[in-house]
Design a binder for this molecule. Structure first.
Ligand code: DAH
Length: 343
């Protein structure tokens, strides 16, 4: 009997089950009706009384050990199957990988460009690192214009007469296009621009613009107004009205700031439009003859219009986004609200 007890102890020591079924097999083998321990307890009845006390203790300890081992192995295996690799279970629902969505700024930029593409505009792009000529001088900015100040513009080199800087607007691409193409020119220029601004809900040091330029013979302010109205209808719906306010830009004459009727209150007055009924969407004007001349286009023969808008601003108006910083924080909960998943 003692040899059997030692044998069971050895088996217990070396028992390393890989599956729950093996644990159950072991339990039946030891504790089942015909199990090793059950038989030992039966034999125990025949043990001489002198040995009963000591053997009885051994047997009970053994039984407890076997029961404990069965319990522990079972628990460990259950934990492993909960945490461990799931490949084995073909009935589990498939795990779908999260799919990203297009950024609201990209969505609106694409929409703006597609509206102008349908009007016959081509897309032109230029460098983000620019020189003073293309950002300021060719666009008629006087040498002492505040935009040239370090406080407003990020300069890279200032040690020549044509400093290198991060473009502050995409109007620089107008200049590059006029320098390399002959009229008729009809382009829209999307891109990132940089300004030395403190970041707040309404201002950021990086944002996106779309610039537009149309140059041909006999281009008039009426053409500009018509193109803006068409854009407003496509972007904000056919009930949108436009209003042009006289303004000033160094590169256009005359210049205007363009408003649309508030898309929330339809012009009646609300918080979004600060009770004016109008929301500003872009700057525009007729290209100044000096600007045409500077880029090698004959202002006697050609005229043109230009406009420029902020993409983030249009997206804010379209979706009533209150804080510009949201675009750059990359919080997926914000970004995934604007539709169109990208597979
Ligand atoms: N470049 C101007 C800005 O960044 C926007 C602008 C205004 C562009 C009028 C134009 C324009 O082409 O005609 O604020």
């Amino acid at each position: 009997m003692r040899t059997i007890i030692n044998n069971v102890l050895e088996q217990l020591e070396s028992f390393r089950p890989g599956t729950l079924a093996q644990v159950e097999e072991f339990r039946v083998h030891m504790l089942g009706k015909k199990g090793v321990l059950t038989r030992l307890f039966e034999e125990f009845k025949n043990v001489e009384p002198a040995q009963k006390r000591e053997l009885g203790q051994h047997l009970n300890q053994l039984k407890n050990k076997v029961q404990e081992a069965v319990k522990v192995h079972k628990e460990q295996l259950l934990l492993q199957t909960e945490r461990g690799p799931k490949e084995g279970d073909l009935t589990r629902p498939a795990h779908f990988a999260d799919v990203g969505s297009r950024h609201p700024v990209s969505l609106v930029q694409r929409e703006i460009l597609s509206i102008y593409e349908r009007m016959g505009f081509a897309i032109a792009e230029g460098p983000e690192i620019e020189d003073d000529w293309h950002v300021f001088s060719a666009l008629n900015f006087p040498p002492d214009h505040p935009a040239r100040d370090m406080q407003d513009t990020f300069f890279i080199h200032t040690d020549s007469d044509n400093p290198v800087l991060l473009r502050t607007h995409t109007s620089s691409v107008q200049v590059r296009t006029m320098e390399t193409q002959k009229p008729p020119i009809r382009v829209v220029c999307p891109g990132r621009v940089f300004r030395n601004e403190a970041i707040s809900a309404r201002a950021h040091c990086i944002f996106h613009q779309v610039e537009g330029l149309y140059i041909d013979e006999n281009v008039s302010f009426a053409d500009l107004k018509q193109a803006i109205l068409l854009f407003a209808h496509e972007m904000f719906g056919t009930s949108a009205r436009i209003r042009l306010r006289p303004s000033y830009f160094p590169f256009t004459e005359p210049s205007a700031e363009v408003d649309i009727s508030c898309n929330i209150c339809d012009g009646g007055g609300c918080n979004v439009c600060k009770h004016t009924g109008w929301l500003e969407i872009m700057g525009a004007g007729m290209v100044d003859p000096d600007v045409l001349q500077a880029s090698g286009i004959d202002p006697e023969k050609y005229s043109g219009y230009a406009f420029g808008m902020g993409v983030e601003r249009i997206a804010m108006l379209k979706w009533q986004i209150k804080d510009l910083r949201l675009y750059f924080e990359n919080d997926v909960r914000f970004l995934e609200q604007f539709g169109e998943e990208v597979p």
